[in-house]
Ligand binder design. Structure first.
Ligand code: SAM
Length: 279
């Protein structure tokens, strides 16, 4: 079977007893970077054979690993840090295992996104993990536009050399939201700076970003969003509003009901607006 094993994101003491036992007892450890993982395994005295499983061999290597598991091997999957599958290779192998009827078990442990969220001071009840924003301009804009009206807390990973540019893009699209800049989590120089996006932009415009970062950003204010959406509808002719819902496949009655809901007015009023001047 496949064991997904979370490993520390900085502090080696964060490894779990169960992960250590599983790594010790597995027939093979699939690691993102075997050299990097060798340090971790040597530290804990684990001598299980290692093989590479990374972004550039994830499809082919998944098949090799599947074959080995079908022959009876237990494989433990680890990444460079944190939880495999979270902005790290793993997803493809897990999906293939499921398709092939191989049992998958996940051994929980550190993940930078959850560690940052819990320290942010921002609402934790509903959140959206956005991983790294895409580098491709068009795709980046599409994702940022989607994030703009999301009322959930947003979590973004970023490398230090892209931090300033990402903060600027976030400020441009989302506006001046509250933010927690979570740096070097679980490490010696761990810090969490709670500020506004505009403050972070000016700070990192003047100071070089160093270390690993997670940005936790406040979601869109729900009441403000509702007001903005209502204003948008009010500026649209009622005929066009109803026609939009009809184009989506709703019958006229349902389309009028939905338009009334959007505008926060009774359905009768929509009817009157549509039929005024017909006498
Ligand atoms: N699999 C990992 C996890 O479970 O969080 C994420 C791996 S991803 C390739 C690396 C990114 O995670 C970094 O660029 C940074 O944004 C974030 N990260 C990882 N370790 C971190 C730490 N100790 N402090 C802050 N951010 C960290």
């Amino acid at each position: 079977m496949l064991y997904i094993c979370a490993t520390p994101i900085g502090n080696l003491k964060d490894i779990t007893q169960r992960v250590l036992e599983t790594l010790e007892n597995a027939d093979l450890i699939a690691a993102e970077d075997t050299r990097n993982s060798l340090h971790l395994l040597t530290h804990f005295g684990i001598r299980t054979p290692l093989t590479s499983y990374h972004e550039y061999n994830k499809y082919d290597k998944a098949e090799t690993l599947i074959r080995k598991m079908k022959e009876g091997m237990d494989v433990a999957l680890i990444s460079d840090a944190g939880t495999p599958g979270i902005s790290d290779p793993g997803e493809v192998l897990v999906r293939r295992c499921i398709e092939e009827g191989i049992t998958v078990s996940s051994l929980p442990g550190p993940a930078a996104c959850i560690t940052a969220l819990t320290m942010s001071g921002l609402p934790t009840g509903r959140f959206s993990f956005e991983a790294f924003l895409p580098a491709d301009k068009k795709e980046r804009k599409r994702i940022l536009d989607e994030m703009r009206d999301d009322t959930r807390t947003l979590i973004v990973y970023e490398a230090p050399h892209h931090l300033e540019a990402t903060l600027k893009d976030l400020l441009d699209v989302l506006g001046d939201r509250p933010l927690a800049v979570c740096r070097e989590l679980t490490k010696r120089f761990e810090s969490v700076e709670r500020m506004r996006l505009s403050e972070a932009v000016s700070y990192y415009g003047e100071n070089e970003a160093r270390g690993e970062f997670v940005l936790v950003i406040g979601g869109r204010d729900a009441a403000e969003l509702k007001k903005e959406q209502q204003q948008q509808w009010e500026n649209m002719p009622v005929e066009e509003h109803v026609a939009r819902y009809e184009a989506e496949g709703h019958d006229r009655k349902e389309a009028m009901k939905l338009a009334a809901l959007d505008r926060g007015i009774p359905k009768r009023e929509i009817y009157n607006m549509l039929h005024k001047g017909e006498l």
